[in-house]
Design a protein around this ligand. Structure first.
Ligand code: GLP
Length: 259
């Protein structure tokens, strides 16, 4: 029996010289989307990659004061079992790097997995996205093992928001956020890959040589569950922003699309 046809899309690559240029270009992209639609539903990512991006959005807010005033945000993921106030929680990260500096009130920001009843919380999170008519623009980082959000290798491409176990390599990579001998929570709640692919537009950001292998695997091999980010080839509107180090293993064919 023949398989149903799937459409593979090459993203638009923007390869820039360094982290600062990538952060500025991504922030400009978000600001342009907000100019077109001030009530944008914006999907947000965390991690080191996005710290300079949010810093530039905050800078922009300080210049014109209106940025994000009408926007609603949905974060990709959060650890299970740590308090909102924990320094490594993604609620603390978002409050510190974006929500408080731009004055985004809590009723405009949603993070998954923050309720006591995780399953109900996941359903409520998906319902909230649906009620807002879906995510307009989703920001994504990429893990060294190719994860997006906390969708680890093996995650189904049609998965929805749910609790997941973190891969050993993710626990190892994220230990830097849990100093003083604390252990990284073994599980998290993440938007599913299906939830991510429902967004109307997606921006992926990767910086640093440590991401080069994951970036190449995501876009230069056929979509495969072993590399969750390769699911982005099934989406028609993806822009990948990389610095030269993260783009280092892309072939010239892919780089032909760079800015
Ligand atoms: C974390 C997050 C991801 C993030 C990725 C990369 O584990 N769950 O959403 O994209 O890993 O993080 P960093 O930017 O710190 O490399």
């Amino acid at each position: 029996m023949s398989r149903p046809a799937i459409t593979i899309n090459l993203p638009e690559f923007r390869i820039l010289s360094d982290v600062a240029s990538v952060a500025q270009a991504v922030a400009d992209h978000v600001v342009s989307a907000l100019c077109v639609k001030p009530s944008l539903t914006l999907g947000l990512a965390t991690g080191k990659t996005f710290v300079p991006v949010y810093a530039r959005l905050v800078q922009k807010y300080r210049q014109d004061g209106m940025l994000l005033a009408k926007a609603v945000t949905f974060n990709l993921d959060e650890y299970v079992g740590i308090a909102a106030e924990h320094p490594a929680s993604y609620r603390t990260y978002m409050r510190t790097h974006l929500f408080e500096p731009v004055g985004l009130p809590p009723d405009q920001t949603f993070l998954p997995g923050v309720e006591q009843e995780i399953e109900q919380g996941c359903t409520a999170f998906e319902d909230e996205i649906r009620q807002r008519r879906g995510i307009d623009l989703q920001l994504l980082g990429i893990g060294r093992n190719g994860h997006i959000g906390f969708n680890e290798p093996g995650s189904p491409f049609d998965s929805r928001t749910r609790e997941v176990r973190l891969a050993p390599s993710t626990l190892e990579a994220n230990i830097r956020d849990f100093p003083d001998g604390e252990v990284v929570p073994p599980s998290a709640v993440t938007m599913g890959i299906g939830t991510i692919l429902d967004a109307r537009e997606i921006i992926m950001v990767a910086t640093g040589q440590a991401k080069a292998e994951a970036v190449a695997r995501a876009f230069e091999t056929s979509p495969d569950l072993v590399c969750p980010a390769s699911a982005l080839q099934l989406h028609p509107r993806v822009t990948v922003y990389c610095d030269e180090a993260a783009a280092g293993l892309l072939t010239s064919a892919a780089c032909a699309f760079s800015a």
